[in-house]
Design a protein around this ligand. Structure first.
Ligand SMILES: [Ca+2]
Ligand SMILES: [Ca+2]
Ligand SMILES: [Ca+2]
Length: 613
């Protein structure tokens, strides 16, 4: 315990020094002998994931995106969960101390590109505060600030050795294209290729069009030159006021979209359907492939960002990623970024690693967000599953490209902006947890996230005890003083504060515990780069024990978690060379009882990190 406190204090002192003398410190990087940020591998990072609109307002003059009128024009309504609240890039840049103090080394922020301000049918409108409804892919949304604000954020992060990961979208743009057959309707059913072939207008009995186009599987320019009429499934319509709204200009041509109606997220529609009306790009067309490579390559070149999180990656055809990913990595290398990270969103609410692994094998995505990890940790920490579920998850690392070594680059999380926050998810599967026990289980979940394999992503606000009442808008609370009544009614964990006040409290028990775990992780390669060996799991709540190994020295880091509400006292196998242990976190066995075995004592819902020497 003492040792960790000393380490943490030293790290904080170094950060302070870096603030004063950052030029010298970042170029010399002396005392720690750790690589500079460009030299760190993806698995060396701890990511902080943030929605800038909900984080900090650094410039009240941009809250309405320089538009005027009511919220349907400006998008601004800080009392509504579905509209802009005023947070921006300047605000985020002003809180880098807070984020770095939490132990995060990289920031992933939701898309910064200019969005369609408001969309949705009358009475069901909401705003693009989350960034996923892009119209202009080449510039920053005016609600979030300017291109210069983004550059200042990236430069400030880099100056203190932190990375910035952009959130990008290639699957769709904002909802600008509509279908005549669905006018005035909310939703538009998917029309399949079998029922609506490309070479007939509006169904198999329609007029011949697109003569000679053989379909999306021949992804050559010659084949796509024969696709000239977009009205094979629906009659495409664009409002005159929005005909030129998209940038670059080629995006305004409906021929570059699938135009088959809403995805059911099954079969053919999974890659060719519109995501709730969002215009689904024809990503098989080589013009679209080159266009997207140009768009996102330019962001790497202009700002020197460190990685991309790819939205809705599983809804784009694999051939697209097979071309796009190597192109992005090449642009990054040319820009002096050798360890550019790319991780795709392949969402599932199941503990199904086969589902997510496919996108690393077939699409060749370097990594994906580890949704099965989130499922397993919720199930195990809530007590509805035995600790076997985690053992089963890690056994399946063999399915990913690169196997267990490749799985080190998966981005793990337990909360996010779509599914919701971890303590809320615990309450759904295991109701009637009082707030004390919920806080304990929350910390147990964070201890797993920050010590197990993968690159941990902390969802902003979790460290302030935000819980939320659901996913999506219900899980996107403000860090600055909120005016949303439903947020402000929530009971936060570990504090008497509410979201009606600004919550950047570095003394919050969750902030302090996450910081302790994150600093431990980033100062011990066993926890960032070390492979895992499972020591004990069972089909009931209780002990989950495993070891990770420093890749250089082979030193064993023993990780112990208790998901039961009773104490644990049992023997656990270790390496025979691991005869004594340093107590990094929690209560550790001091020495082996006999070669290759230790006695583990853990309190209810406790955890420990023990380093052999
Ligand atoms: Ca603002
Ligand atoms: Ca649309
Ligand atoms: Ca698609």
């Amino acid at each position: 315990m003492k040792k960790i406190t000393a380490n943490t204090r030293r790290t904080l002192a170094l950060i302070g020094l870096a603030l004063l003398l950052h030029a010298q410190v970042t170029t010399a990087a002396p005392a720690t002998n750790r690589p500079t940020f460009r030299g760190r591998l993806p698995q060396d990072e701890v990511i902080y994931f943030v929605l800038p609109d909900r984080f900090e307002n650094g410039d009240p003059t941009n809250d309405r995106g320089h538009a005027s009128g009511d919220r349907l024009r400006t998008g601004f309504d800080p009392t509504s969960t579905g509209f802009y609240h005023g947070g921006d890039l300047k605000g985020l840049a002003s809180k880098l101390d807070y984020i770095q103090g939490l132990g995060a080394t990289a920031i992933w922020l939701t898309p910064v590109f200019k969005n369609k301000t408001v969309q949705g049918p009358p009475g069901k409108e909401s705003a693009g505060y989350h960034g996923y409804w892009i119209t202009d892919f080449t510039r920053v949304d005016p609600h979030l600030g300017t291109d210069d604000d983004f550059r200042a954020l990236v430069d400030a992060a880099h100056a203190r050795g932190m990375k910035v990961y952009m959130d990008i979208v290639v699957n769709h743009t904002a909802d600008v294209i509509h279908y005549k057959e669905c006018a005035q309707k909310y939703g538009c059913p998917y029309r399949s290729i079998a029922d609506y072939p490309y070479q007939r207008r509006g169904g198999i009995n329609g007029a011949p069009i697109n003569r000679g186009f053989s379909g999306e599987r021949d992804q050559t320019g010659a084949n796509f030159a024969r696709l000239t009429d977009p009205d094979y499934a629906y009659t495409v319509e664009v409002s005159p006021s929005e005909r030129d709204i998209k940038v670059p200009a080629w995006l305004n041509n409906p021929i570059y979209y699938h135009n088959r109606g809403d995805s059911t997220f099954r079969g053919e529609s999974s890659t060719m359907g519109d995501f709730s009306g969002l215009d689904d790009l024809f990503t098989e067309n080589p013009r679209v492939v080159h266009g997207m490579i140009d768009i996102y390559g330019a962001w790497i070149e202009r700002y020197g960002v460190d990685g991309f999180r790819i939205d809705t990656a599983q809804h784009v055809n694999p051939e697209f990623w097979q071309k796009f990913v190597p192109a992005m990595l090449a642009r990054a290398r040319a820009r002096g970024i050798p360890n550019f990270h790319i991780f795709g969103e392949v969402a599932t609410d199941q503990m199904d690693p086969a589902h997510t692994a496919v996108n690393t094998r077939v699409d060749k995505l370097p990594a994906v967000l580890d949704f099965p990890f989130a499922r397993a940790v919720v199930d195990v920490v809530s007590g509805v599953a035995g600790t076997d579920e985690l053992a089963k998850l890690f056994r399946a690392d063999a399915l990913y490209e690169g196997g267990a070594e490749g799985a080190l680059k998966l981005v793990t999380f337990i909360s996010n902006h779509d599914a919701g926050r971890f303590p809320m998810l615990l309450q759904i599967v295991a109701s009637k947890l009082d707030s004390g026990e919920l806080l304990q289980r929350d910390m147990l979940g964070y201890a797993m996230l920050l010590t197990l394999r993968g690159v941990p992503a902390i969802y902003y606000g979790d460290e302030q005890g935000f819980v939320g009442t659901g996913g999506d808008q219900q899980s996107r609370q403000d860090m600055f003083a909120s005016r949303v009544a439903s947020y402000n009614e929530e009971k936060l964990l570990g504090t008497n504060s509410t979201t009606a006040r600004s919550n950047f409290d570095i003394r919050h028990p969750l902030y302090r515990e996450i910081a302790r775990l994150a600093h431990l992780r980033t100062t011990h390669p066993a926890l960032t780069r070390g492979l895992q060996v499972i020591r004990f799991s069972s089909d009931k709540p209780g002990l989950f024990a495993l070891s990770r190994f420093d890749p250089a020295s082979g030193r064993e880091m023993l990780l112990l978690f208790n998901s039961a509400t009773t104490a644990i006292h049992q023997h656990v196998r270790v390496e025979t060379r691991s005869t004594e242990f340093d107590q990094m976190i929690g209560t550790c066995p001091q020495r082996a009882d006999a070669p290759g075995t230790v006695t583990v004592n853990l309190p209810a819902l406790g955890y420990a990190v023990c380093y052999a020497h």
